[in-house]
Design a protein around this ligand. Sequence first.
Ligand code: FES
Length: 129
Amino acid sequence: MKLNRREFLLLTTGLVAGCKTANEVGGSARTINAGSASNFSRDGVYTNFRDDGFFLIRRDGKLFVLSAICTHRNCKLIAEPDKSFYCKCHDSTFDPNGHVTEGPAKIDLPVLPSFTNEHGELIVTVAAT
Ligand code: FES
């Protein structure tokens, strides 16, 4: 079978994308029990789980989980006093919602899946890196 340049690129791009998807599916996402959700009842950024790859954020009564891993090259972020996030590796910055405010990062921080179980504990799913 002879492929032209466009067909070759489409095929190889699809293969690479397929490999990545297979790795992600085969990779081990971790679930982390962050303990009682009532421990995070005050508005603010909780950095307790930074080393596990996420920040817990309570704002206006809502609790959500934001990745603590820079989308540029996977360095751990630092939570700043103004509730924004800073990457010391190459100086990317993110606003309190995880949106890029300064590159080189171009992709916003993902909100990670979480739920509260029947015991009132917050369970967070962190993708393997
Ligand atoms: S790893 Fe964060 S800016 Fe490069």
